[in-house]
Design a protein around this ligand. Structure first.
Ligand code: ATP
Length: 509
């Protein structure tokens, strides 16, 4: 399907129709950029989280887990820099009254120019055929070079203006580029202002002198303030990592891309503590390891790319994103950041307590450096969902299938008696009880078998197990594979092994 916007609309509608994702508080017309996960969605989300956790914690003997709280002492956020610097530059269009992130307006403008480069490349591939050398073409073609230099100069002007906090210059840039509001089509912009993204709340009753708290905007700080607790109790030696998954909250200015940008979302983060000076080696290691993790799920590697940050955050000495080609373009899925000793040092300063590690190998105490990998669970969910949504023609009929990796599929097998009588339901329930302790299965007896297959395809169930009259005689069933649609006669006592093998974590290593 060529029209990405249309595909995206279909994915969103499918997510609702099949119980993956609902708008939060829909009964009250919804709450913007907040979503609920339905029966299939919560399963898929749990499976993605478990896959990440197992890959990080089970498969690395030097990584341990943590589950820290959402509320933290308010000084945490002063020390981390979030109170003073966790801002986005916002701008309003006076005609449409719509609010935008100034950086996103500029980045989208640049992405359009990059799109032109891609078009030139495609044209050249057609022209030169097999003899085409992409690298040489983008390095020498005058039109492409012109586009590239335009992109670079825009991003440089933007970075410099942000670094110097010159918000007027950001507005001037938007005006000079002629960026218009997508809704009103006008250039009637307000000034650019900084907006803090943290949600504030209060703990205790006001009479007692309640203290202001924040809902955590990232899970990382829970790891930093527990660094010594974990290191000592789990007897960890540097280099080691702490992994955690959990909710984070950001009062996003613009939140219009379904679960890509939410105000309440979930992160899967791992902070890896290393000896100062070793961080670049580990940064490269985790870049490589995380890309492999994404590719392990069988997604086309052309849909991923690294994007180095031009604009480093106050705490980082190197940073990049793993971007995924969502239906609305390449966007950040995961961040890999070399955070130096910024956070631990700052917590040491603000708490007045030593946050140091004694390294027996070199007989020295120091504040470790940190390399983090940080991925949004909801964005990973959207990656899996949008990548697996497929419309196919089978024997002249439309088939809609979610080709979700079997390990992540919400339901692993559906058990389907061919008819509702002759003892077939009882036989089917026997099979269900063989499988259900280890695999989430569905029992379905309503509608024709074809319709039931289609329903299971639409939620991505890898196997449909059909019980028929022959099953009563020879204890075999028909197993239909979601992807090949091939049907095979299988002995009931082989089913458990068959499903186990299909969803085995080892297939993904
Ligand atoms: P963006 O530039 O898209 O706002 P970010 O650079 O602020 O993202 P990080 O602070 O690096 O994001 O957060 C780590 C990860 O958390 C991101 O890669 C993303 O997957 C996820 N994430 C961040 N903000 C959101 C959000 N509002 N909704 C869903 N996921 C998010």
């Amino acid at each position: 399907m060529a029209n990405y916007e249309e595909v995206f609309k279909k994915v969103v509608a499918h997510a609702k129709e099949y119980g993956f994702i609902f708008q939060s508080s829909e009964l009250y017309d919804g709450l913007a950029a907040v979503y609920d996960y339905g029966p299939n969605g919560s399963e898929l989300k749990n499976n993605i989280r478990n896959y990440w956790w197992k890959s990080m914690v089970n498969m690395n003997e030097n990584i341990v887990g943590l589950d820290s709280s959402i509320f933290m002492h308010p000084t945490t956020w002063k020390a981390s820099g979030h109170v003073d610097a966790f801002n986005d530059p916002l701008i309003d269009n006076k005609d449409s009254k719509k609010r935008y992130r100034a950086d996103v307006l500029i980045e989208d403008y640049v992405a359009k120019i990059e799109g032109k480069i891609e078009k030139e490349v495609k044209k050249a591939i057609k022209r030169f055929g097999d003899s085409f050398d992409k690298e040489q073409f983008v390095g020498t073609n005058p039109r492409v070079l012109g586009y590239k230099s335009k992109c670079m100069s825009i991003m440089q002007r933007f970075s410099e203006a942000m670094a110097a906090n010159k918000l007027d210059d950001v507005k001037t840039l938007i005006k000079e580029l002629g960026i218009v509001c997508p809704v009103s089509g006008t250039k009637n912009w307000t000034d650019v202002r900084q907006f803090n993204l943290m949600f504030k709340t209060q703990m205790g009753s006001t009479a007692d002198g309640a203290s202001d708290l924040y809902l955590r905007p990232e899970t990382a700080q829970g790891i930093f303030v527990n660094f010594l607790n974990v290191q000592k109790t789990a007897r960890m030696k540097i280099p080691f990592g702490i992994a955690q998954t959990g909710k984070a909250f950001r009062n996003e200015i613009v939140a219009r891309q379904f679960i890509f940008r939410m105000r309440e979302f979930e992160q899967m983060e791992m902070q890896f503590f290393v000896r100062p000076g070793k961080e670049m080696k580990w940064y490269e290691h985790w870049k490589d390891s995380r890309m492999k993790w994404h590719l392990s799920l069988g997604i086309d590697k052309e849909l991923f790319r690294f994007h180095d940050h031009d604009n480093l955050a106050h705490y980082a000495n190197a940073a990049c994103d793993i971007e995924f080609k969502f239906p609305f373009g390449f966007k950040e899925l995961e961040g890999i950041h070399s955070r130096t000793d910024f956070d631990l040092k700052s917590h040491q300063k603000h708490s007045g307590r030593k946050v140091q590690y004694f390294d027996p190998e070199i007989n020295e105490s120091y504040i470790p450096y940190v390399v983090e990998t940080s991925i949004g669970l909801d964005r990973m969910f959207l990656t899996i969902l949008s990548n697996s949504y497929k419309e196919e023609k089978v024997n002249g009929e439309n088939r809609l299938v979610l080709s979700i990796p079997a390990l992540l599929a919400p339901v692993k097998a559906a058990v389907l008696p061919l008819t509702k009588k002759d003892g077939l339901p009882e036989k089917a329930r026997e099979i269900l009880s063989l499988l259900q302790c280890d695999f989430l299965c569905q029992y379905e007896e309503k509608d024709s078998i074809g319709k039931r297959y289609r329903r299971q395809d639409a939620i991505g169930t890898p196997y449909c197990i059909t019980v028929d009259h022959q099953s009563l005689e020879d204890n075999t069933v028909t197993v239909r594979d979601r992807d090949t649609m091939a049907q095979e006669r299988v002995a009931i006592d082989r089913l458990y092994t068959l499903v186990s093998k299909k969803v085995d974590f080892r297939n993904y290593l």
